[in-house]
Design a protein around this ligand. Sequence first.
Ligand SMILES: [Zn+2]
Length: 160
Amino acid sequence: MPPANPIWAHFNKLGHVAGFQQARAQCKYCNYEVNAAVKKCIAHFKTCSKASIMALQGFFGPDFQPNTIQRNNFHLSTEQNNITTAVTRPILQSQTSINNFVDRISSAEQDECELLFAQAIYQCELFLSLSELEPIKILFQKLRPCFKLPSLKNFINNIT
Ligand SMILES: [Zn+2]
């Protein structure tokens, strides 16, 4: 006899139930009944709203994200712009200021950052073309997506 599929740790086998040709199984978490077939049970388990994350990740692997969480994230990302998976309640409550912080940069801030960047380049005697270098662009993009790296021309205008 082949070893039992691990999915059966999460379902009770009901055997034959009146009204169904195939044997049935019941989800241990939400009592949902399906045909006692491994594929059917896995399909339900994957979307089961009552199964714990630990149980789901124990079966599907540590990277598994239950559907309910994915739905929540989708909800968050559509309604609250750019607040990602790491949100906690206190952040949600102050979402307006967080959104401002995450999403926007005022032109004054942009100017100040440009000037600081230009001064750093100038005072440290770095290449004026630093901001044109692809890895530097990528770094800044990652640090602060809203900040536009100034071009060489802007540097000179800012410094002189
Ligand atoms: Zn279930």
